[in-house]
Design a protein around this ligand. Structure first.
Ligand SMILES: [Zn+2]
Length: 472
């Protein structure tokens, strides 16, 4: 097969790597699960509780006794403070006892530790237990339902005909505020939450990982008074039309044909832009430090944080620190960030411009460039991107990777913060460290005191203090 498909042979090592990593990850999960199964779940406690139940007077009675006991009750009786329901002990008609692991506990193993149900069953069987599958399935169903609900965006009743109007013109690369004409107002059945479509807007709609803008929409009256004020809580894209999801604060909603003034929440947008540009820097730095093959699988860019998913082996701690350091260097460089529109046919020929193959691009694409001469398409980082960005890497502020983890076989996720979000994170982290230390020093009063985090210290100093106290 390798000869027919040379790329299969070339990819074989990668595939083998992925399979091996998956196996390792699975074994690790098993180890953790087994620990929990033995230590935390305390199967011995089960056994002891069984003995206790069997020695209880109720059980001895010839009335048949109570049919069921709660393991947690028994645990408490035995001096255990554990509040989790671990299992039940069901007395069969013949007087023997069925030792049952609760569905809640089996689900906890699965949900928290990725412990598969059939393994729980196997181990349970070895120890003479059964597992409450019905309850397990019920909890699985509830979780699926929660996930489905969380995923489901608030449906707005949009008639397709309503949206067959002129595409919305996006002004948000250059402006944060604009006058616009109301094309249509949707969701009239919820008059307090109208969805407004304008002919043009500075509000960025959720797209390419970047969240939708928030802002304000003002309906001016004829004599410089204001007849309506609405808060834009999200901006979404339906085809080529942007929909502003709003909440009426005062007055009335705008009407089709009316002129309105719309503005973006500038602080929030600034935070989002910093996170978007730094996502590109992160992507570039991963290529430099880890591998050219670390390709992007998805991202979230919000005001609070960014996440970046990519195909790779797990990163070593040192690699994470190196990536973080490199990104911070590029931020200190204050490199220019520029964007240029070029024909897609031209972009396709450039191997130095990152693009998603298989993604549908229009005839004209935007290239986001970091470094180099602005618009000369000679930056160190160049990607096709429709998002909004800062103008200089210096605007990003401090950058910190807070998590690096697996989200699927061969796919890693980095969670990071920059700018004010990083400052906020550093403050919280410093407080957490301080708390941990204080709790520790109460137990061991003779311990050398930890240098107090200076709440006025700059973020980079604070981050250094955090690193130092983690290392010690
Ligand atoms: Zn981008």
């Amino acid at each position: 097969m390798g000869d027919v498909f040379p790329e299969v042979r070339a990819k074989q090592k990668t595939i083998e790597d992925v399979i091996r990593r998956e196996e390792e990850a699975f074994n690790k999960t098993l180890d953790r699960g087994l620990d929990l199964f033995d230590a935390e779940a305390g199967l011995e406690r089960f056994e002891r509780a069984v003995q206790m139940i069997e020695s209880l007077p109720e059980f001895m009675g010839d009335t048949g006794g109570p049919a069921e006991f709660d393991a947690s009750e028994m645990s408490r009786a035995a001096g255990y403070q554990k509040r989790d329901k671990l299992g039940a002990f069901v007395r069969r008609p013949d007087g023997t006892v069925e030792k049952k692991i609760s569905g809640d506990f089996a689900f906890k193993l699965f949900d928290t530790y990725g412990f598969p149900l059939d393994l729980t069953e196997l181990l349970a069987r070895e120890r003479g237990f059964t597992v409450d599958i019905t309850r397990f399935e019920q909890l699985m169903g509830e979780q699926r339902e929660r996930a489905r609900k969380a995923q489901k965006k608030e449906e707005i009743s949009v008639e397709k005909a309503d949206l067959e109007i002129t595409p919305t013109k996006f002004l948000g690369y250059d402006f944060l505020e604009a006058e616009a004409l109301v094309e249509t107002v949707l969701r009239v059945e919820k008059p307090q939450e109208p969805a407004v479509v304008l002919d043009q807007t500075p509000c960025y709609p959720e797209m390419g990982g970047q969240v939708g803008d928030r802002g304000m929409l003002h309906v001016p009256g004829h004599d410089r008074t204001e007849v309506g004020q609405l808060r834009v809580i999200d901006t979404q894209k339906y085809g080529d039309v942007f929909v502003h999801l709003t909440q009426l604060i005062q007055g009335r909603a705008p009407e089709p044909g009316e002129a309105v003034r719309v503005s973006v929440d500038a602080d929030r947008r600034r935070a989002i832009q910093g996170h978007h540009t730094v996502t590109h820097l992160l992507h570039w730095a991963l290529h430099e430090v880890v591998s050219r093959d670390a390709s992007q699988k998805g991202s979230y860019v919000g005001p609070d944080k960014l996440t970046f998913d990519f195909s790779s082996a797990p990163l070593m701690k040192q690699q994470v620190r190196d990536v973080e350091k490199l990104v911070n260097e590029k931020i200190r460089d204050k490199a220019p960030v520029s964007w240029t529109e070029i024909p897609y046919a031209e972009a396709k020929k450039r191997s130095d411009i990152i693009q998603f193959f298989g993604e549908k691009y229009g005839d004209t694409v935007r290239v986001l460039q970091i470094g180099g001469v602005p618009h000369a398409l000679n930056g160190y980082s160049m990607e096709l991107c429709g998002g909004t960005h800062v103008r200089s890497t210096g605007e990003i502020g401090p950058f910190r990777i807070v998590k690096e983890e697996a989200i699927a076989a061969g796919i890693r996720r980095i969670e990071a913060v920059a700018g004010d979000a990083a400052r906020g994170w550093a403050k919280q982290e410093a407080a957490r460290q301080q708390e941990k230390f204080e709790a520790f020093s109460r137990k061991k009063p003779d311990i050398e005191s930890l240098p107090v985090f200076e709440s006025e210290a700059s973020t980079s100093e604070m981050l250094q203090q955090i690193d130092a106290s983690c290392a010690s």
